[in-house]
Design a protein around this ligand. Structure first.
Ligand code: PMV
Length: 341
């Protein structure tokens, strides 16, 4: 091990990873008391997208005196602290202290409720695993990603993914306990997703701060936690049965519950804009007219329309006509994180 570490310390080590964002159908909002491992207080279930992509190259370089983050071609000092804090976890496992250059690009808006932290941290872990020869299992990669951003665990895998709460008494000191696993592939049920971009601005209250605010102040936080087990079991069953109609009702229920609870925090968290609400009505109108589609919304104003296979074009054209929707990004379901030299 020490000779391996010596080699790691002396050499420039680099690797590339590409990961897709994911969209939760059963939402994660709330952290458990284990803040060190960023353990979630609720289980969640998501679909991984294609089209949207984070591409990241990590270069551990002994000549660097500090970590450098280059986001979409520009040096970003504001986000560098969080990145260094998380690269320290990779360095700790490898037993090295070499500084790292992170070159990362998103082909979609960053930090605007489009899950850029999910794909970003999944790519960081996968690239770090390869660059530093850590030989982490898929499960360990999901756990390490989860410690960086709760939803990132789900972007290690493609298709339909869930994070189940795990027994905290058996938590690993490095990785913690909750992990993500795929329970159906993208091919199993090739749903389509239309993302209606309402604003490309970064959200004013990030998810970590928002979740803590809800835990401390929302009168609906406790009922939100109580309903989670039932929602997860039911959603997995509905995906496996490909029951679109019931999944639509359940997923909208999870989304609206999350936002109701967040809005009732003090001060209230209102992530929607007018166009978000117009799009919700348009999507429900489409569903009432027989088009298989439902909405979900994360910590930002963008609307995500989940469509039955083959209905993406129709839904995209309706969303594009809504005033305030700047553009619509059409996606299918995507695959696992990928790495290369
Ligand atoms: O992983 P975070 O800290 O960005 O939180 C994600 C929270 C939501 O996107 C609102 C819901 C979810 O499950 O993805």
């Amino acid at each position: 091990m020490s000779s391996t570490n010596d080699t790691l310390r002396a050499e420039v080590r680099t690797a590339f990873a590409a990961a897709h964002p994911n969209i939760a159908l059963i939402k994660y909002w709330g952290k458990s008391s284990d803040l060190t491992h960023n353990e979630p207080a609720v289980s969640s279930l998501s679909v991984t997208l294609d089209t949207l992509l984070t591409e990241t190259r990590l270069t551990f370089d002994p000549s660097l005196s500090e970590d450098v983050l280059i986001l979409n071609g520009v040096v970003d000092r504001k986000k560098q602290g969080r990145i260094s804090f998380n690269i320290d976890k990779l360095r700790h496992i490898a037993g090295v202290s070499t500084r790292c250059r992170v070159e990362t690009t998103n082909n979609f808006p960053t930090g605007a409720g489009l899950a850029s932290s999910a794909s970003g941290f999944a790519a960081l872990v996968a690239a770090g695993n390869r660059a530093l020869d850590l030989h982490l299992s898929g499960r360990q990669q999901t756990m390490l990603s989860r410690s960086m951003s709760g939803s990132a665990a789900r972007s290690i895998h493609g298709g339909f993914v869930k994070i189940a709460l795990a027994d905290s008494s058996t938590a690993d000191p490095v990785y913690g306990s909750a992990y993500a696993e795929q329970f159906a592939t993208a091919d199993y049920w090739p749903l389509e997703v239309c993302v209606g971009v309402v604003s490309e601005e970064e959200k004013s209250v990030g998810s970590t701060e928002g979740m803590e605010r809800s835990r401390e102040t929302s009168p609906y936080y406790s009922p939100w936690l109580d309903g989670n087990d039932k929602d997860i079991v039911e959603a997995e069953k509905l995906v496996l049965e490909k029951d679109f109609e019931k999944l639509a009702d359940l997923s909208e229920f999870s989304c609206l519950k999350m936002h109701a609870m967040a809005m009732a925090s003090q001060p209230g968290l209102v992530y929607w804009r007018g166009a978000t609400v117009e799009a919700m009505h348009a999507i429900r109108h489409l569903r009432a007219s027989g088009i298989p589609v439902f909405f979900t919304i994360d910590a930002g104003p963008q609307i995500k329309a989940i469509c039955g296979p083959g209905y993406g074009d129709k839904v995209a054209s309706v969303l594009s006509d809504i005033p305030g929707i700047q553009r619509v990004i059409q996606c299918g379901l995507g695959g696992d994180v990928r790495t290369a030299e």
